[in-house]
Design a binder for this molecule. Structure first.
Ligand SMILES: [Mg+2]
Length: 458
């Protein structure tokens, strides 16, 4: 049995990788705003000189924390450079101190007085902070030999409250209110933990509905989704109304009246356009309209919501921080709040957002898909169920069925549910061979691809 890392163990390196998958070639992930994404990860590894308590005795690497943020191709190098800019804050820090209080690094990173100019708390720099902070939580969960959802669910409410930065949100949620929510969340947690391990957490699938797929593929994948046990699917919309009407009709006729069908415009519309378009699709009873307009337009979402009910309004995957989420909740702009594990400042800020949603009684249905977003965000929803809101009613985690095989601890979907991970950590570790193959532009896949193109050009 390896001893618990002592106070002398340090973070010895912060290594970054620009990893890109050629998904645009199959139109996987295509929507009205993003027609040809190459799903990518700006990936970070915090290396330490501590022994991994769950690692093999002869392991050549020590305890590591892995994290990443998701991009869709060009610009992934910019995202990697932003993570590199945070290196001096992480390297040399005590592993014990970091793991005992991940919030200490979160506060240092968002408080860097020069880097803060690039935000504050938004955009590329903030996503970089999220990647590093999530890597620390991966490290902490591995050190504790628990999956992250369990580490969070078993944590003391007082400690969790200290992990949250309440700056700019106390007008909506005070630390005392957060503490009360978390204390109440503990009641019955053991029973819910057992239920979670048995049944998992409800999922919905976006796989049938990519905009680039033809009707035949939509029909086949929608039927498959229902056969696989999903109770909700999602269709991309917003490029052409006649196409959307046709695709919604096709999908509704395949899944029948009882399966929820959400639609997602990926920010395509102006406010009045969104209202017109959603009303034109209303006969197919969409469950929610996702990202109808700019993620920054708090009041625009409120206007849309008033006009399109009973269709619900959902947003969040591009909402930049807890402050905008606070405003969306205060203004009554959304029915469904969609956290993203890798958009905001990591677990610490997502705790703030989960607490805000709980305070306002708005269900959280996370955004996932991309590269590894399902792997990460399942932990946050499972914590929310076991030890915060205590319910999965009207809550589902997005699921998209590609790129999971690049992860060491990929998500497992059973009968339309995410199975609770049991391996220690945040499920963030990518396979070394995938990193070697898809690192851009020097990995084996991209180097061969470039050679082939050079050959064709010659
Ligand atoms: Mg979306």
């Amino acid at each position: 049995m390896s001893p618990t890392p002592g106070p002398s163990f340090r973070v010895t390196a912060l290594d970054t990788y620009d990893i890109r998958f050629p998904t645009s070639r199959e139109l996987d992930g295509s929507d009205a705003m993003n027609p040809d994404p190459d799903y990518s990860a700006a990936y970070v590894v915090l290396r330490t000189d501590a022994t991994d308590p769950a690692g093999a005795p002869d392991a050549t690497t020590g305890l590591e924390g892995h994290g990443f943020t998701f991009t869709i191709g060009r610009g992934n190098d910019v995202q990697v450079a932003a993570i590199d800019a945070l290196r001096s804050h992480a390297v040399g820090r005590s592993v014990d101190e970091l793991c005992d209080d991940p919030g200490s690094l979160f506060r240092d990173l968002i408080g860097d007085s020069q880097l803060r100019w690039l935000g504050p708390e938004k955009g590329v720099m903030h996503m970089a902070i999220g990647a590093v902070v999530n890597a620390v939580w991966d490290l902490a969960a591995k050190r504790a030999r628990k999956p992250l959802w369990q580490l969070l669910a078993e944590a003391e409410p007082e400690w969790l409250v200290r992990q949250v930065d309440f700056r700019y949100i106390t007008d909506a949620l005070t630390p005392e209110e957060a503490l009360e929510l978390l204390r109440r969340g503990k009641e019955g947690a053991d029973e819910r933990r057992a239920r979670l391990l048995e049944r998992g957490y409800p999922a919905y699938t976006t796989s049938p509905g990519w905009l680039g797929y033809g009707d035949e593929k939509l029909t086949r994948l929608a039927a498959q989704a229902v056969a696989d046990g999903f109770r909700q699917i999602k269709l991309k919309v917003g490029a052409d109304l006649a196409d959307d009407v046709r695709r919604c009709r096709v999908a509704r006729s395949v899944v029948g009246p009882d399966i929820r069908m959400a639609v997602d415009a990926n920010q395509r519309w102006n406010v009045d356009e969104a209202i017109r378009w959603v009303k034109a699709l209303a006969e197919f009873e969409p469950y929610w309209i996702e990202e109808p307009t700019s993620p920054d337009d708090v009041l625009g979402h409120a206007t849309i919501r008033k006009a399109v009910g009973p269709v619900k309004v959902a947003t969040g995957e591009h909402v930049q921080n807890r402050i905008v989420f606070k405003q969306l909740l205060q203004a009554g702009s959304l029915d469904v709040l969609q956290i993203d594990a890798a958009r905001v400042g990591g677990v610490n800020e997502n705790l703030a957002i989960l607490l805000l949603a709980a305070k306002f009684g708005v269900p959280v249905c996370p955004h996932a898909g991309g590269v590894g977003l399902c792997e990460l965000v399942q932990h946050l929803s499972m914590f929310d169920y076991v030890a915060l809101t205590g319910t999965t009613e009207d809550r589902v985690i997005e699921y998209v069925d590609h790129l999971h095989d690049h992860f060491l601890d990929p998500v497992v979907i059973r009968e339309g549910h995410y199975t609770a991970p049991t391996a220690p950590g945040f499920s963030a570790t990518m396979r070394p061979e995938s990193i070697a193959q898809y690192t851009f532009p020097g990995g084996t896949f991209w180097a061969a691809d470039l050679d082939r193109k050079d050959g064709q050009a010659a």
